[in-house]
Design a protein around this ligand. Structure first.
Ligand SMILES: O=C(O)CC1=CCC(=O)O1
Length: 96
């Protein structure tokens, strides 16, 4: 099932800079692992914000929950989750 997730990252200004860089590096590693596994299908930066719009492909809401809460930056993210379904006019066979 495809799900759009809008993520806003809010690391407090007084948060330790080295720890923030470590978390960002871990986030990138986990993100690339989930991309390779086909779970995190797309990501776009929201221009002008420390935010992204992403598309996940998971088998259940429980899996989505596990994936999202596994992100190293999860404690610093606000998320909006929107379920998606195939548009009847789509020409893409992998939309589901
Ligand atoms: O930069 C972001 O929006 C947060 C993030 C998601 C995947 C990643 O590597 O960083």
């Amino acid at each position: 099932m495809l799900t759009m997730v809008e993520m806003n990252v809010r690391i407090p200004l007084d948060f330790d800079k080295e720890e923030a860089e470590r978390l960002k590096a871990s986030e990138k590693e986990r993100f690339q692992e989930l991309q390779r596994a086909g779970k995190w299908r797309h990501i776009w930066r929201v221009a002008g914000h420390y935010a992204n719009v992403s598309i996940f492909d998971v088998v259940s809401n429980a899996e989505l929950h596990d994936v999202l809460t596994s992100l190293p930056l999860y404690p610093f993210m606000e998320m909006k989750v929107t379920p998606l379904c195939r548009h009847p006019s789509s020409i893409h066979n992998d939309d589901r």
